[in-house]
Structures are given as C-alpha cells and as structure tokens.
Design a protein around this ligand. Structure first.
Ligand SMILES: Nc1ncnc2c1ncn2[C@@H]1O[C@H](COP(=O)(O)OP(=O)(O)O)[C@@H](O)[C@H]1O
Ligand SMILES: [Mg+2]
Length: 363
C-alpha cells in the first residue's frame, strides 16, 4: 500500500500544465473493436518520462469513418474531467498514427476481475461490487449532465457501458473508459439510422426494439454490469447474436436468491429498478442510481472505498491478471464485434425474420 500512496502523492506533470514533447509506445495492453491501447512513456522537455496509456485505431482499420469517430472521441474527451472517467491528457500523432493520450489506469478491467469468479467466491465482495457501481454511476451522472460553454446540454450517452470499459486501478481508482461509441452533440460523424454500437449483450430493450433511446440505456447497462459482477456470469449472452438480442428483449433476470447469491432485499430492489425493461419505469437517471446504490451499501455495512479496491486489484495482479507497469501480462480482446469500417454501427437483425428462423438457431 505504501507504494500506491507514494504514487498518489505525486501529481502528474500533465496536471501541472506540462506538455509532452514525444511519446514512446512500450507494450500493447488492450484491444477493442476499433482501437488498441499501448502502455507508453510520455517524454518531457527535461528528459523526464511519465507512464501514460495511448489509444489509436487498430492498424488496417483507419477508414475515413473510423478516423472521424476517433476525432469525435477526442473532441468529447476534452470535456470529460471527472475522477470516475478515464481522463484524456493529449491528442497527437505518434509514429504517424492519430493517438489519444490518456491517464494510465494500472490494474485491470472489471471484466478481468469478474472472469476470475469461482463458484461461491466472487473476487469482489457484495459491498465492494456496490461501491464500484456507485463510482460508475457518479461518472455517468457527470457525463450525462455535461453542458457546453453556453450552458446547453451535450446530450452525452455512453452506449457501451460494460465490464470491459470499467477500469479498476491498483491505487483504488474506478474509472469508466471508452466514449468511442457515445452520443454527443459534439460528434460530427454522420450516423446511419437503425444502426447500433456497443456489445449486443449490454443493449437496453428499447434499443433492440429500435425505439428512441436516451441516457437511460446507460442506467440499464449498469444493471447488467452489477448483476454480472454479483453473479459471476453473463446475464444476456448467446453465441448467436440474434439469440442474445432475444434475451435482452425478454429481459428475464434471475433473482439473486435463485442463483445462490445472498444479498439484502434492497440489493434485489436496486437490480429490479436498474433492469426495468420499460425506460419510463426504470430508475430515471445515474444520480438517482448512485443514491439508491448508496442505500444498498449502507444495508450491507461492509467497509468499502479506494483502499479495498486497491487491495483486491493488487491481489488480482499477483495472480497474474491484468498488467503492471512495463509488462502486459494478458492482452484483453474485448468481445466487441469488429465494426464495419464503412459504417459507424452494426445493424440490428430484423427480429421478425429471426423469430421465424428461431427453432434452427437454438439447440
Ligand atoms: N487508460 C487506460 N489505462 C489502462 N488500460 C486501458 C486504458 N484505456 C483502455 N485500456 C485497456 O484497453 C482496452 C481497450 O480500450 P478502449 O478504450 O475500451 O478501446 P475500444 O474502443 O477499442 O474498445 C480496455 O478494455 C482496457 O483493458
Ligand atoms: Mg472498449
């Protein structure tokens, strides 16, 4: 812990307004549908270096549309400054590739931790799972509420809230990453109607039904992330995309008691409120969710905070999950379908047609 405390005490040169004169990619630490993330050195004028994360489009996928989406992400990144959101530090070219420089979260994604769940022994305790969700809710609430210089809402919806995009750091940080598929008034990429980004298993029912959707899709996704963190397995997932979409539409959520997870009733009510299929009946926004999560944390009465997150992440890293400074131990490929470089989003299959062919899909 003393190492973590020392690092916390050291403010980043970026915080003091310094600009890096160059970047040196060191090790691939993450890969998503469109981008890859490199552990890198930022080099300053006096020769000092600082570790950062550098995101760029995967080689071979640099289409006009992807480049335009990447610029959207960079433009939005300038607005997103909150302890629960991965912060953008710079945007530049590195080895000729347009790159986004981010604060480095040394640790692992929530997915990395949840994947380590063994029957009956989740990596994150009930209280700590709730704490992580509360931090996530705070980050989302901030993003949803952001306004521009004139006070007009930016209309931000993340649209890709999933365990892959929640990063847990060895200093106890909980940070939402990857606004690469988000809606925002600052976006300039032209979107096709009826197209959808994000992983199918984390979509909200109204999106699958191709109805208008708003920030409440992120609230629903928080419910999926919480359920999966507590239970240790996927809620809506099938190897066939259309089956996954049916699962989302049916929205059948096993109660915690049914799947052997002991929790106070307030936790079940929280899940019910987040995973309500009708957006008008759902917990209305992320800040309300944060308050309700706090009520659940109070009911669980377990000490939770950055220190407990740091301890769990440190233990996880000792078990060779995630990565520590300088050595990527496992490159995490997100399950994002590779996006079509010619169109921002993937079309949702026609479900009527899928319904007709369903018997051949199952089994
Ligand atoms: N700032 C960061 N610090 C450490 N790891 C990161 C950081 N940003 C992203 N990663 C890792 O890289 C992966 C992919 O990054 P992400 O921004 O989600 O790209 P994509 O848009 O391709 O999904 C993440 O799931 C995570 O494992
Ligand atoms: Mg991602």
């Amino acid at each position: 812990m003393s190492g973590a405390a020392e690092r916390r005490a050291t403010r980043s040169r970026f915080d003091r307004g310094a600009r890096a004169v160059g970047y040196r990619p060191l090790d691939l630490i993450g890969r998503g549908g469109m981008a890859e993330v490199w552990l890198s050195d930022a080099i300053f004028e006096d020769g000092e270096v600082e570790r950062v994360a550098l995101k760029r489009i995967r080689p071979g996928l640099e289409s006009d549309v992807f480049l335009s989406m990447f610029e959207d992400e960079v433009r939005l990144g300038r607005y997103l400054v909150h302890p629960n959101l991965v912060r953008m530090l710079d945007a530049t070219h590195v080895d000729g590739a347009r790159s986004m420089v981010m604060e480095l979260v040394e640790g692992d994604s929530l997915k990395g931790l949840v994947d380590r769940t063994r029957a009956g022994s989740p990596v994150l305790s009930l209280g700590l799972s709730l704490y992580v969700m509360r931090e996530l809710a705070k980050g989302l609430s901030y993003a949803h509420g952001l306004v521009d210089e004139t006070g007009e809402t930016l209309g931000i919806v993340h649209r890709d809230v999933s365990p892959h995009n929640v990063l847990l750091g060895r200093e106890g940080q909980v940070k939402l990453a990857d606004f690469g598929l988000s809606d925002s008034r600052t976006n300039r990429t032209v979107r096709e109607p009826h197209m959808v980004g994000g992983k199918f298993g984390y979509l909200a029912p109204e999106v699958v039904k191709q109805k208008p959707s708003d920030h409440r899709v992120d609230v629903f996704a928080m419910g999926i992330v919480l359920w999966e963190t507590l239970v240790g397995r996927r809620l809506f997932h099938h190897e066939d995309d259309r089956e996954t979409l049916f699962k989302v539409m049916r929205c059948e959520v096993p109660r915690l008691a049914e799947v052997g997870v002991e929790a106070p009733e307030v936790v079940q009510r929280l899940l019910d409120g987040l995973l309500e299929p009708d957006p008008d009946a759902r917990i209305p926004d992320a800040s309300t969710a944060a308050r309700e999560i706090q009520r659940a944390i109070d009911a669980v009465s377990e000490p939770v905070g950055p220190q407990q997150v740091a301890e769990v992440v440190e233990l996880h890293l000792l078990g060779m999950g995630g990565f520590v400074d300088g050595s990527a131990r496992r490159i995490r490929d997100s399950e994002s379908r590779e996006l079509d470089p010619h169109g921002r989003r993937t079309s949702i299959p026609d479900l009527d047609e899928a319904e007709r062919s369903r018997p051949s899909l199952t089994g």
